[in-house]
Design a protein around this ligand. Structure first.
Ligand code: AP5
Ligand code: MG
Length: 214
């Protein structure tokens, strides 16, 4: 099963993908998480990505496409995957379609577009904390950890992403509307898009996602 979670920064892609990937027993591939892992390891790719991420801009298509196509070719993706944060431009979408067609693995089964208003997105990003070990997301009000400052799942320390500052979050939203939003129409035309109201509780969004993927 090949699933894409499409939505603006803060729409809940990561939050939903963590539980959904467990339930469907398929891999969760998050482009932003992969770039942050490369930064933590101090690789050349990490250093390159950091320059764009800290400005709230997209990492160049060529680098991002190579990283994701390499990642989905690995053994843990054989049964399928949930893509979170990729594709984010029409060029990335086309590259993914072409790669799947070439491998004869069938196309994208479902794209779930999680729709949330910009005002709500800024509130969510401003209050988000994520964990050091696996980037599990929390929110100071909407989804607090059981123990302050610690991840419920792996116990690692929580921190705030530098690109969640208000200025960078606004820039990321602008980039989303310009470069990523056109993918909604692209997948609508392919007949694989389901729109989910992301401005409900985390549990209600999860139920809507589950029924979209049945
Ligand atoms: P990335 O890490 O992908 O960030 P993003 O798309 O901006 O998305 P977020 O992770 O901010 O939001 P999310 O939808 O995962 O929300 P979450 O579940 O955490 O990308 C970062 C950067 O990397 C990019 O800016 C770019 O530079 C680069 N990059 C990544 N992919 C790229 C690509 N394909 N091409 C080029 N560059 C790329 O939830 C947010 C908060 O809300 C949390 O606090 C959560 O607890 C809370 N919350 C979640 N759901 C709900 C709910 N239903 N109600 C209330 N609160 C909720
Ligand atoms: Mg995320």
């Amino acid at each position: 099963m090949h699933v894409i979670l499409l939505g603006a920064p803060g729409s809940g892609k990561g939050t939903q993908a963590v539980t959904l990937s467990k339930r469907l027993a398929i891999a969760h591939i998050a482009s932003g998480d992969l770039f942050r892992e490369e930064q933590a390891k101090g690789t050349e790719l990490g250093r390159l990505a950091k320059q764009y991420m800290e400005r709230g801009e997209l990492v160049p298509n060529e680098v991002t496409i190579k990283m994701i196509l390499g990642r989905i070719g690995r053994a843990d993706c054989a049964k399928g995957y949930i893509l979170d944060g990729f594709p984010r431009t029409m060029e990335q979408g086309m590259a993914l379609d072409a790669a799947l067609a070439k491998e004869g693995k069938g196309g994208i089964d479902r794209v779930v577009y999680i729709k949330v208003s910009d005002g709500e997105l800024l509130t969510r990003l401003g209050g988000r904390w994520i964990c050091r070990a696996a980037q599990h997301p929390y929110h100071v009000v909407n989804n607090p950890p059981k123990t302050a400052g610690k991840c419920d799942i792996d116990g690692s320390a929580l921190y705030q992403r530098a690109d969640d500052s208000e200025e960078t979050a606004r820039k990321r939203l602008e980039v989303y509307h310009q470069q990523t939003a056109p993918l909604v129409q692209h997948y609508k035309e392919q007949g694989v898009l389901t729109e989910v109201d992301g401005q409900q509780s985390i549990e209600k969004v999860a139920l809507r996602l589950a029924s979209a993927l049945q």
